[in-house]
Structure formats: C-alpha cells, structure tokens
Design a binder for this molecule. Sequence first.
Ligand code: F6R
Length: 245
Amino acid sequence: MKVIICDSAEAMSKTAANIFADRIRSKPNLVLGLATGSTPLGMYAELVRLHREEDLDFSKVRTFNLDEYVGLPPDHEQSYRHFMNRHLFDHLNIDPANTHVPDGLARDLDGCCAAYEAAIQAAGGIDLQVLGIGTNGHIAFNEPGSPFDSRTRVVDLTESTIQDNSRFFKRIEDVPTRALSMGIGTIMEAREIVLLATKDNKAEAIARTLEGPVTEAVPASILQRHPNVTFVLDQAAASRLKRSQ
Ligand code: F6R
C-alpha cells in the first residue's frame, strides 16, 4: 500500500493523471476502470490536456465505469454515461465502442450486470482502476455492509449517499435510489488501484480505510489487502492519518 500526500487538489490530480499516462504509454490497449463524482474531475482534465498537448493516445484504450444510476437515460445530465462523455470521452481519441458504462435503463438489470462482468473478463480484466471514496467509506456504490466478495449488481443507495449526491440534482426527491455497481470482489480483481480523495469531509473515511480494521462496515478498508494500491490524497483528506504526522 502506497500513500502519496499532495499539497493541493490540483497536485493530486496531476500526480494521478501521470500514473495513468505512464501506464497507457507502457500498454496502449490498457483496460481502465473509471469513476465519476467530483474527485476525479481534475485528473480527467489533466488527461485531456496530456492527450491534446503531449499526444497521449487513447485509440486502443478500453474503459469500464464503476456504476450507473438505475432509471436515468444516457443523455440525462446526471447519468454517469453523460458525465463521462462530457468530462472525458468526448475530448479524447477513444473509440466510443471501447467505453462501457452499465445500462441503467436495461429491462433485465440482473442480466445486464452479468453481461458487464463477462465483458470485463473478455477484455482480460481491469489493468488500472481509479476510485473515489464516499464519506461513509463506500467505493463505487458498495455501501457499508456490502460483502467483500460482491460482484456487479443492483444496489440500494443509503440515505447518506443520497444526501451527498443531492447537490447535483434540483431536488433530493430526484436522486435515484438504486444503482448498478461493480462489486467489491470485481474491484479487488483490478491489477492496480489508485484511490483519490480530497477535502476534510473525506478525512475520517480515509483514516478508517487506511488505519482501521478491515471490515465490511468500511468497504474501502478491504484495499489494505490489495497487492498494488496507491492512495493519492490532498493534505485535508490525509489530515486524520496518525502515521502521516
Ligand atoms: C462514482 C463512485 C462513487 C464516488 C464517491 C465519491 O463512480 O463510484 O463511489 O467515487 O461517492 O464521490 P465524490 O468524488 O463526488 O466525492
């Protein structure tokens, strides 16, 4: 487990983007696992800059997103497919057919989840997965109590996650209550994981993840057992770590 504490959120974004750029240069058909949310936005902007100014090539890269809300169409402003197109895919030379986000409108949601797992396997598994973290320690939409061996499935969002995400919706009643999410077992199979966190509202979750017991009550704590994980944090997110003092 490696922990990098950066001076600012901007430095965190650049550090993380450089890890991604390095891996893409070494393996042009890399399989990326991607996250939405506010934390990776700066990293995505830096990847777009590296593509435009330094020829970082995404033509063979394949991507699988962690999650999608159930019930939102791909062109809905708050759908994760829309988020990814707007903040990343539309600005790269990536083949849209190589980008995968679970289909929140699928009629057969369970079948869609099984097909998503099969597609990840068919791509050879995820080489590099980026994660954010919820204030309750969730990764993807694996809320506290999610089994460590869980796979891609339909999940109910907790009140705290609905609250956290309501900032993106006009009214809290508009926040979907269910999502399709890669499972913790799926995430742990990624060959390399980079978890990003900024701001002091993540400090408690980061301290519990890195320094607390490995427990399903803090889903991200399982990362202590991953053989190749890097936490890239700003000072505020790292502020409650005892070992960083
Ligand atoms: C998003 C995701 C979530 C977020 C987490 C943090 O695809 O899987 O687990 O990473 O909720 O969100 P932000 O970055 O908005 O604080």
